[in-house]
Design a protein around this ligand. Structure first.
Ligand SMILES: [Zn+2]
Ligand SMILES: [Zn+2]
Length: 349
């Protein structure tokens, strides 16, 4: 089969490798689309790849082609989304159902071969079926959509409240939509890009605030009658938005950091003290799993994509490229700000 194989830093090649065979409890998926994740970029353009040669790709959709011995829940022909985490299922964290926290996990598309290929093999429980109403494009967005939903599950959630979403990227757009689906009164998206803010409003946000504009904090506070937001989700992993979260939180708010940090972060005393003075709860969110594995997150994405309540906008996709052009896709990330949205790799082309 054909695959995009990483051989070294900045060396990813479209080439022939041996086709995977499903073993006991595994399914063979004929891959349709795989999204390039932010975490894939340093694995090709930097030094984050676990080993060479490696096949990345963990946000994928496709059709089950064959199943191994003992597979009961999935049939050949099923349309499925890939679940990348393969937890050990034995450690104390796994036994409590906290699969994201497992230290002995494998991961499809980083620690074992992933879906930048014509085929990928995964354990049966790592294939989530979806119905015909859900497209293969949407199938490749299950993972980010579940990451967003897991953020909501990390806070004591109540409907009827005000919610701030910091960062209008793919994850931010999904957190915003989940907040609406689960009954938020107002959801405001914060970003530096007006197009993303417009997209947010198209998808149901109450308002969008450009944080590059002067006086944005006052306008944000006005939207909540000076109270601040009951829930604040940081989805950009940016030091500026992380500090902003402390500022935007209401008294007794819940603040959740979903974005992956990339830089050291410092607070002024005044910024930091917000946590004391407002008595807000601060927590983080990691990946998208719960018991029974892979968790409600995955079921709900399949459900709400099907009903259309979880909206999918074509602008989530920056470009679709055939697998044969995977090297060009990673090249695009070398120009800062060039890639706006998700690049989908089409394994059938
Ligand atoms: Zn990812
Ligand atoms: Zn474990």
């Amino acid at each position: 089969m054909k695959a995009g194989v990483v051989h070294a830093r900045e060396d990813i090649r479209f080439e022939e490798i041996e086709k995977s065979v499903p073993k006991k409890g595994q399914v063979l998926i004929k891959v349709k689309y795989t999204g390039i994740c932010g975490s894939d970029v340093p694995r090709v353009n930097g030094d984050a790849c676990h080993f060479f040669p490696n096949v990345l790709g963990h946000e994928f959709s496709g059709t089950v082609e064959a199943v191994g011995e003992g597979v009961t829940k999935i049939r050949p022909g099923s349309r499925v989304a890939g679940v990348p985490l393969v937890p050990c299922m034995k450690c104390p964290d796994c036994q409590k159902g906290n699969y994201s926290l497992c230290k002995h996990y494998s991961f499809i598309g980083s620690r074992e071969f992933g879906s930048f290929a014509e085929y990928v093999v995964v354990p049966e429980q790592n294939a989530v079926p979806f119905e015909d109403e859900v497209s293969f494009e949407q199938g490749a967005f299950f993972e980010p959509a579940t990451v967003a939903l897991h953020g909501l599950k990390r806070v004591p959630w109540n409907g009827g409240k005000t919610v701030a979403i910091l960062g209008g990227g793919t994850i931010g757009m999904f957190v915003m939509q989940w907040a609406k689906i689960f009954g938020a009164r107002e959801v405001v998206v914060f970003d530096i890009n007006n197009e993303r803010l417009e997209l947010g409003k198209r998808l149901g946000a109450t308002a969008g605030i450009n944080t590059l504009e002067e006086g944005f904090m006052d306008r944000a506070k006005e939207l909540t009658e000076g109270q601040g937001f009951d829930y604040v989700f940081e989805t950009a992993g940016n030091t500026i938005t992380m500090r902003m979260a402390f500022e935007l939180a209401a008294n007794k708010a819940n603040v959740c950091f979903v974005g992956t940090p990339t830089k050291d972060l410092t607070f002024t005393v005044k910024e930091w003290e917000n946590m004391n003075r407002k008595e807000f709860n601060l927590t983080g969110s990691w990946m998208s799993y719960s018991a029974p594995f892979p968790g409600e997150e995955w079921k709900l994405v399949a459900h709400y994509f099907k009903t259309g309540e979880l909206k999918f906008d074509e602008s989530f996709i920056f470009k679709k490229l055939p697998l044969s052009q995977i090297a060009d896709a990673f090249e695009m990330y070398k120009t800062p700000g060039f890639v706006k949205g998700k690049i989908l790799i089409d394994s059938e082309q």
